[in-house]
Write a protein that binds this ligand. Structure first.
Ligand code: PMP
Ligand code: GLU
Length: 403
């Protein structure tokens, strides 16, 4: 028997989304024809001006430790962008802390705010890492199922029902991974008012904010008045809208006392985010050419979303799905394909991988295995090929029922 590990990791499971991506990469390297629509990672290259700024930073010798909280230029760039997206509201760069991906920003915020006995509400289906991160703080994650008639979003009524005197926080994600649902400003306001009334912190993961199919960026807590933002953390980053997943730059905007704690935490863990990558991200947030490229990428995601929705509507009319209004995920329901012996997300994805060579993520990773997540951050050609295969499996399973 190996020595037991610490209670800190008693609930810890490896990320399923990361595992599926690794498995798809392994199969590809072994020469298999695998279409990876599992991981949520843009298929585009990092926009050239950002990549160039990273290269130049290395050439200029910006290879020593960065400032613990992030480069002033990057924090100013993020503040400027958050401000511009929210009608010019004041955003103080001193309240922004840059980390190694927004995953670390979320970890820093949760670890600084939550601990034993606290309960943290997580609307579900939920991105795979939220419950795990909350467990790492030794608080208890409480999943709050979203309303199937409302894009699987939660309302104040759902939160109220799940709440408890020990509830200390809620982690919101809009545009949502894994559903693509987007909360309206009125919905965010109602949740923020409820949280304020109950002294509950909101960690608002807005990493997909620019990948929004309505006009402009998705609504944000930053569109609300200051008095609703006293206990909020906004999570932002370069990975998704800027196609910069591998550079590992994320950020949190938080009240000063929390920013200070997160900076101290980070000073003992990573020291700070990769220095040249911070210069690349600073260019991404401020260069107008990058801005134009983000718009082109978002237009491509929107086109693919339309294509998927149209084909599912016409060729798999009985299959329920959440119509995505942002991010680049398509969440569809598989348990109803057959009414006897319902299909699970897990078995659907296993069959799809084995029989068709397509990787998707079972809903189990997001706490509801009646569903499956497809990431359409792949080329149009790959999406078309993969969709043929997904529809073929749906039809095969459905006709097995009829037989
Ligand atoms: N939040 C959500 C909702 C995500 O989908 C991801 C994707 N990994 C992250 C945070 C973390 O992204 P990153 O660490 O690359 O900034
Ligand atoms: N967020 C992406 C996903 O959901 C990337 C993988 C991860 O970090 O979970 O697929």
């Amino acid at each position: 028997m190996p020595d037991p590990l610490s209670l800190n990791v008693q609930h810890l499971k490896a990320s399923e989304t990361v595992a599926i991506s690794n498995e798809a990469k392994r199969r590809k390297a072994a020469g298999e024809d695998v279409l990876d629509l599992g991981v949520g990672e843009p298929d585009f290259d990092t926009p050239a001006p950002a990549a160039q700024a990273g290269i130049q930073a290395i050439q200029r010798g910006m290879t020593r430790y960065p400032p613990n909280v992030g480069l002033a230029e990057l924090r100013a760039g993020i503040a400027q962008q958050l401000s511009a997206m929210s009608g010019g509201r004041a955003v103080n760069p001193d309240n922004i802390i840059v980390s190694s991906g927004s995953k670390q920003s979320i970890f820093n915020a949760c670890f600084s705010l939550f601990g034993p006995k606290d309960r943290v509400l997580i609307p579900s289906p939920a991105w795979v890492s939220y419950p795990q991160i909350v467990h790492l703080t030794r608080a208890e994650p409480v999943l709050v199922p979203g309303d199937p008639d409302w894009g699987l979003k939660v309302s104040v009524r759902d939160l109220d029902r799940a709440s408890h005197k020990l509830t200390r926080g809620i982690i919101l994600c809009s545009p949502c991974n894994p559903t693509g649902a987007v909360y309206t400003l009125a919905e965010l306001k109602a949740i923020a008012e409820w949280a304020k009334k109950n002294d509950i912190w909101i960690i608002s993961d807005e990493i997909y904010r620019r990948i929004n199919y309505g006009p402009g960026p998705a609504p944000s807590l930053l569109d609300l008045p200051d008095e609703l933002l006293e206990r909020t953390v906004i999570i932002y980053g370069a990975s998704k809208a800027y196609a910069m997943t591998g550079w590992r730059i994320g950020a949190a905007l938080a009240p000063p006392h929390l920013t200070k704690a997160m900076a101290a935490l980070q000073s003992h863990t990573t020291t700070g985010a990769n220095h040249p990558a911070q210069w690349a991200a600073a260019a991404a947030f401020t260069d107008e050419r990058v801005d134009a490229e983000v718009s082109r990428m978002v237009a491509a995601f929107r086109r693919r979303r339309d294509y998927l929705v149209d084909r599912f509507r016409s060729e798999a009319p009985g299959i329920e799905f959440v119509e995505p209004h942002g991010a680049f995920y398509f969440f569809f329901r598989v348990d109803g394909i057959r009414d006897t012996d319902p299909v699970t997300g897990q078995s659907f994805c296993e069959q799809l991988m084995k029989q068709e060579g397509v990787a998707l993520v079972p809903g189990a990773a997001f706490a509801d295995d009646r569903w499956v997540r497809l990431s359409y951050a792949v080329s149009d050609a790959e999406l078309e090929r993969a969709l043929e295969k997904v529809l073929r499996l749906i039809h095969r399973l459905a006709s097995a029922r009829a037989a």
